[in-house]
Design a protein around this ligand. Structure first.
Ligand code: HEC
Length: 218
């Protein structure tokens, strides 16, 4: 209130001070110039050969995708954790390469309620009522990662929650139903970024439905 009005008077003060100093003549001159400028703009606008560009995004799709991957925390499950000085931390030398094929997971641990699911120390394999799921290799490696995927498959998988866009349901805890609400442009940017990261050869085990025989041991 007091604060608002003083802010307002501060804002308007310079204008009020300025106006009395200006002669009516100079004000008229300014008005005439402004009218001429807007008239010439009105005349020239339709003749522009280039359409007016919308406010340009300042980032490339890859940069935008990197931003989404970071704030979307893809690395929280798709980059294996290692033990660091201050506790578990993502092992960036294996960035986005999924559950390490060298870390064997043979069965789900026994859990007592209210606990219902568990994760490995790498935070890349998860056991729960859905069975055991393994974070996929999201690097562009052709044999073991996203290298053989195309943009359409990627967008479809995250939109529909179907493995590779069309087969079995994608299992928890992959939060596809949240990511699937991104715009097409953002999903495509995310894919473009994932195609730009270093390819790492690593084949996570296949998803194990509940009660299925354990994945091959090492
Ligand atoms: C909370 C853990 C978690 C997070 C966070 C996460 N994922 Fe996943 N993701 C998984 C797991 C687990 C699987 C394997 C699911 C399965 O096999 O059905 C998976 C699978 C996938 C797949 C393969 C889907 C398919 O068709 O089988 C893609 C693509 C994927 N994630 C992309 C991403 C991207 C991109 C992000 C970040 C925007 C992300 N994930 C974040 C856990 C996660």
């Amino acid at each position: 209130m007091t604060h608002d009005s003083s802010a307002a008077s501060f804002l308007f003060h310079p204008t009020l001070e300025l106006l009395p100093d200006m002669s009516t003549r100079s004000l008229r001159r300014i008005a005439a110039t402004l009218a001429a400028v807007s008239l010439s703009a009105a005349c020239t606008a339709p003749e522009r050969s280039e359409p007016v560009k919308p406010a340009a995004p300042t980032t490339t799709p890859v940069e935008r995708g990197r931003y989404i991957a970071i704030v979307g925390a893809c690395g929280d499950c798709h980059t294996p954790f290692k033990m660091g000085a201050n506790g578990p931390e993502p092992d960036m030398s294996r960035m986005l390469s999924g559950h390490p094929e060298t870390v064997s997971v043979t069965s789900a641990p026994a859990l007592a309620p209210p606990f219902a699911w568990a994760g490995t120390a790498t935070n890349t394999a998860f056991a729960g009522p859905w069975g055991i799921s393994f974070a996929m290799n999201l690097t562009p490696d052709v044999d073991t990662g996203l290298g053989s995927w195309n943009e359409e498959m990627f967008v479809k998988a995250l939109r529909t929650g179907k493995h590779m866009g069309e087969s079995r349901p994608i299992q928890p805890p992959m939060p596809w139903s949240w990511y699937g609400q991104m715009s097409d442009d953002d999903l495509k940017a995310l894919f473009a970024y994932l195609r730009s990261v270093p390819a790492i050869r690593n084949r996570p085990p296949a998803y194990q439905p509940p009660g299925a025989p354990p994945a091959a041991t090492k």
